[in-house]
Design a protein around this ligand. Structure first.
Ligand SMILES: [Zn+2]
Length: 246
């Protein structure tokens, strides 16, 4: 049965199809992640063909048919093209990393309003906030890890449960969690967590501003979360976007 669905969506990917069409991957508010085709999009400079571009926030109308892999787009309107993101290579890099995570870590047709709101909010932040794009991205990455069910605790040692450990030489084991200076002797360390990184995550969690060393810490933070997710999700191979652009 065909159902006409009107929904907001973030464009994740776009590829040419046939002579004039495009196939896109969309993260939609109503249907989760879907693939859809816009026929004749490249025939002339049609408006929908022009605005359906990666990162853009749009509203589409589509004919949704269950059991069909690719849905049919009938119209599209632009909500925001986040023009500031596209003028700043650093913002762009991390915005691409954001949609790459959504493309690779969400299941098809799994509606998730919280995640949808999270994605649109983070793109809006890249667009308007003065905060370093790397830090904004870390906030999103941490949120996503929690949404996916892989939240890690940095509150206490995962073994002896001591909490007052932020001044110690800490370590992290991807299976066990955070290890204090005593307990780490008995485990394989899969990642070092120094005090700076520990405090950085604490700031992200409590939504505080990162005052010092933000650039360095956000790259360490991304590296840590990437490695952590690679360990837990077999088919996650890491982020390409961050390597492609500077
Ligand atoms: Zn311990």
């Amino acid at each position: 049965m065909n159902k006409i669905v009107k929904t907001k969506a973030v464009v994740l990917k776009k590829i040419n199809y046939g002579d004039t069409s495009i196939i896109v991957s969309l993260y939609t508010e109503e249907l989760g992640r879907i693939s859809a085709i816009l026929k004749g999009a490249r025939k002339s400079k049609t408006k929908p063909g022009f605005i359906i571009d990666p990162i853009n926030f749009i509203e589409i109308v589509l004919y949704n048919k269950r059991n069909r892999d690719v849905q049919l787009i009938s119209s599209a309107d632009l909500i925001s093209n986040f023009s500031n993101i596209k003028e700043d290579i650093d913002k762009l890099k991390y915005a691409y990393a954001t949609i790459e995570l959504i493309q690779n870590l969400t299941s098809e047709e799994e509606k998730d309003l919280r995640l949808f709101k999270g994605v649109t909010k983070i793109l809006e932040l890249f667009n308007t906030s003065e905060e370093l794009p790397g830090v904004i991205f870390c906030r999103f990455f941490l949120f996503l890890i929690k949404e996916l069910g892989y939240q890690f605790s940095l509150k206490q040692c995962a073994v002896c449960r001591r909490e007052d450990i932020s001044n110690e030489d800490l370590a992290f084991n991807f299976e066990t969690g955070l290890l204090c200076s005593n307990c780490k002797k008995n485990y394989i360390t899969t990642h070092e967590i120094n005090m700076e990184l520990f405090n950085f995550f604490a700031c992200l969690r409590s939504n505080n501003k990162i005052r010092n060393n933000a650039e360095y810490l956000s790259s360490k933070g991304v590296y840590f979360m990437e490695a952590y997710l690679k360990y837990h999700i077999n088919n996650f191979k890491g982020l390409k976007s961050l390597k492609l652009i500077g």
